[in-house]
Design a protein around this ligand. Structure first.
Ligand code: FRU
Length: 548
C-alpha cells in the first residue's frame, strides 16, 4: 500500500482503477467464473454517457484477471451507456447477455449480446445482436422510457417452452416488474400483468428472481420453477432508499406472477418490515447459480462513504462485497448468507481463545493478526437474561434508531450489551468501529439487536460516519450470538448469528491504518458475557485485476 492507497482493499473485487457500480451477468462457464460490472473507464465517478461492462475471470472467485471490456457504447440504442443486465446459459452451454442500453434519446432499451467464439472459455469478445433493441418503450406499451432497465437472468417455462425475463420499472410511485416472454430469445412479448408490484416504493432497479430449496442449502438453477419443496425469492433495489429488499413467496407458473408470503406483502405501507440482504451498504446485487458447486452465489456493490473529491484523489470508487452463498433458513422466513468458502484460503496466522468471561465494562485486545486485513469469528454465551433491559414499547422500534440510542459508548445502563468487536481501532482509541449485540427483554421473548457504529471510525468527518442496525431472529438462550467480520482496510462486512443478519460498512480511519490498526472484544454492558470461542486470522492479499 502506498500512502495514497491506504483505503484500497486487499481481497475485495474492484477494477484496477476508476469507477465501478453494479455487478452484471455473473456466471460460471467452462470451468471459469465470469464477473462483469458497471464501470467508467474515464474516471473515479459515475458518468451519464460512458458506462461500459468491465469483465474479469477467475478460477476461485478470489483471484481475478481483468479482460477487455465486454460491452462499450457503440450503437444508437446504447450510445449513452451499457447499463446493468444479466447473463443466461442456454442449453448446450450457450451464454447470452441481456443488458440495458441508453439510446440517443436517453431512452432505456433492452439488448442482446452473444460471445463471438463460444469455444473461448474466456469469452473475450461479445457481439451485439443485429435485432437490437429487443424491447423498448413506445406509444403502445406506454412504458416509462427512463424507468425501464436491468433485465434478470432468463428462465424457461417447462409447460410452454417460453423464455421469461423481468425488467425493473415504475408507474408513478409504484415499483413494478415487467415480464417479457420469448420463444427464440429475439422476439419478446410483454405480459399484460406485472410479475409483481408495490405501491409507494418508487423505481425498482436490478431485480433478481430465483428458486430456493425449502430444506437445505443447495442452490437451484433459475429454470427449476414448478416443483414441490421449493420457494421463490424476488429481490429489488429501491433507488429511493438505496437498499436491496427481498421477498419470499410462490411463483404461480399459470398466472405468471409472484405471490409473496404473508408478512412480505407489507412492503406497500411499511418498508421496515421487509427483509434486507444487508442492513449497511450493499446495493444493486445479483445472484447466479454455480452448477459446479451446486450453490447460489450473491454479488453486491458497496459504494464509498467518502466525498467525491477524495474518490477522485485516490483514483477509484466502489468495490464488490465478498461473494456470499445464500439459501433459505429452515424456518422458511428468511435467507441465510455466508461468505464463499474459497475466501478462507487467504487466512493465515490463526489466533484463538475460548471460554473466557468478559466482565461488564471490560475490553480485551486480540494480538497476533493484521487487524486491518483480517477475518474474525466470535461467539458469545449470555446468562442472566432476566437482567436484560426491557424493550420499552413506547420506543420507536426502528433498529437503526435503537442502535443510535444504545451505542457502544453508552456505559453503565444496566443490561446485556452492548458487547462485540471493536475493529480498526487506533492505539489511543480516537478511532474505532464497533459491531455488537444488545439483548432486550421484549413482550414474550428476547429481542436481539445487532449494530454497526462507525461514528468514531475516522477523524476525517467529511466521511459519512453511519450507524446501522438490524433485529436478528435468534434465541439467545439456546443459540450462540456470533459475529463474523471481514475487515479489509476501508470495508467491514459483518455476519450476525451465522448469516441471519449482515451489516456492511465503509470506513476511512486516519490513524488506525495498516499495522497501526488494533482489534478488540468489548463488553460495555453491566452484565458479564462469555466468549465461547474466538478465531481470528490475518488475510493474505488476493490478486485482483492487477495491471499486466
Ligand atoms: C443501479 C443502476 C442501474 C443501472 C446502472 C447504471 O445502481 O442505477 O439501475 O442500470 O446502475 O450504471
Amino acid at each position: 500500500h502506498s500512502l495514497n492507497q491506504t483505503y484500497k482493499p486487499s481481497f475485495h473485487f474492484q477494477p484496477h482503477k476508476n469507477w465501478m457500480n453494479d455487478p452484471n451477468g455473473p456466471m460460471r462457464y467452462k470451468g471459469l467464473y465470469h464477473m462483469f460490472y458497471q464501470h467508467n473507464p474515464k474516471g473515479a465517478i459515475w458518468s451519464n454517457n460512458s458506462i461500459v461492462w468491465g469483465h474479469s475471470i477467475s478460477k476461485d472467485l478470489v483471484n481475478w484477471l481483468s479482460l477487455q471490456h465486454a460491452l462499450i457504447p457503440s450503437e444508437s440504442y446504447d450510445i449513452n451507456g451499457c447499463w446493468s443486465g444479466s447473463s443466461t446459459l442456454l442449453p448446450n452451454d450457450k451464454p447470452k447477455i441481456l443488458y440495458t442500453g441508453i439510446d440517443i434519446n436517453q431512452h432505456q432499451t433492452q439488448n442482446l449480446a452473444i460471445p463471438k467464439n463460444v469455444s473461448d472459455p474466456l469469452l473475450r469478445e461479445w457481439i451485439k445482436s443485429p435485432n437490437n433493441p429487443l424491447m423498448e418503450p413506445n406509444n403502445v406499451n406506454k412504458i416509462n422510457a427512463t424507468s425501464f432497465r436491468d433485465p434478470t437472468t432468463a428462465w424457461i417455462g417447462h409447460h410452454d417452452g417460453f423464455w421469461r425475463v423481468l425488467i425493473g420499472s415504475q408507474k408513478k410511485d409504484k415499483g413494478i416488474l415487467i415480464l417479457f416472454k420469448s420463444k427464440d430469445f429475439f422476439n419478446w412479448i410483454q405480459d399484460k400483468n406485472p410479475f409483481y408490484s408495490a405501491k409507494n416504493t418508487g423505481m425498482w432497479e436490478c431485480p433478481d428472481f430465483f428458486p430456493v430449496l425449502i430444506n437445505g442449502s443447495i442452490g437451484l438453477d433459475i429454470s427449476i420453477n414448478n416443483g414441490y419443496g421449493i420457494r421463490h425469492v424476488v429481490k429489488v433495489s429501491l433507488i429511493d432508499v438505496s437498499h436491496d429488499y427481498y421477498f419470499i413467496g410462490t411463483y404461480d407458473t399459470i398466472k405468471d406472477v409472484f405471490v409473496p408470503d404473508k408478512g412480505f406483502d407489507k412492503i406497500n405501507n411499511e418498508l421496515s418490515l421487509v427483509l434486507r440482504y444487508d442492513y449497511g451498504k450493499f446495493y444493486a446485487s445479483k445472484t447466479f447459480y454455480d452448477g459446479e458447486k451446486k450453490r447460489r452465489v450473491l454479488w453486491g456493490w458497496i459504494n464509498e462513504s467518502s466525498i467525491q473529491e477524495d474518490d477522485v484523489k485516490k483514483g477509484w470508487s466502489g468495490i464488490q462485497a465478498i461473494p456470499r452463498t445464500l439459501w433459505l433458513h429452515k424456518s422458511g422466513k428468511q435467507l441465510i448468507q455466508w461468505p464463499i468458502v474459497e475466501i478462507e484460503k487467504l487466512r493465515s496466522n490463526h489466533v484463538n481463545l475460548h471460554s473466557k468471561v468478559l466482565k461488564g465494562g471490560k475490553m480485551l485486545e486480540i494480538f497476533g493478526v493484521t487487524a486491518a486485513q483480517a477475518d474474525v469469528e466470535i461467539s458469545f454465551e449470555v446468562k442472566e437474561l432476566e437482567k436484560a433491559q426491557v424493550l420499552d414499547p413506547s420506543w420507536k422500534l426502528d433498529p437503526q434508531h435503537l442502535c443510535k440510542e444504545n451505542g457502544s459508548k453508552v456505559k453503565g445502563v444496566v443490561g446485556l450489551g452492548p458487547f462485540g468487536l471493536l475493529v480498526l481501532a487506533s492505539k489511543d482509541m480516537k478511532e474505532y468501529t464497533t459491531i455488537f449485540f444488545k439483548v432486550f427483554r421484549g413482550n414474550k421473548k428476547h429481542v436481539v439487536l445487532m449494530c454497526c457504529d462507525t461514528r468514531r471510525s475516522s477523524l476525517n468527518h467529511n466521511n459519512d460516519l453511519a450507524n446501522y442496525g438490524a433485529f436478528v431472529d435468534v434465541d439467545p438462550i439456546n443459540e450462540e450470538l456470533s459475529i463474523r467480520s471481514l475487515i479489509d482496510h476501508s470495508v467491514v462486512e459483518s455476519f450476525g448469528a451465522q448469516g441471519k443478519a449482515c451489516i456492511t460498512t465503509r470506513v476511512y480511519p486516519t490513524l488506525a491504518i495498516n499495522d497501526k490498526a488494533h482489534l478488540h472484544v468489548f463488553n460495555n454492558g453491566t452484565i458479564d458475557v462469555k466468549i465461547k470461542k474466538l478465531n481470528a486470522w490475518s488475510m493474505k492479499k488476493a490478486k485482483i485485476n492487477e495491471m499486466h
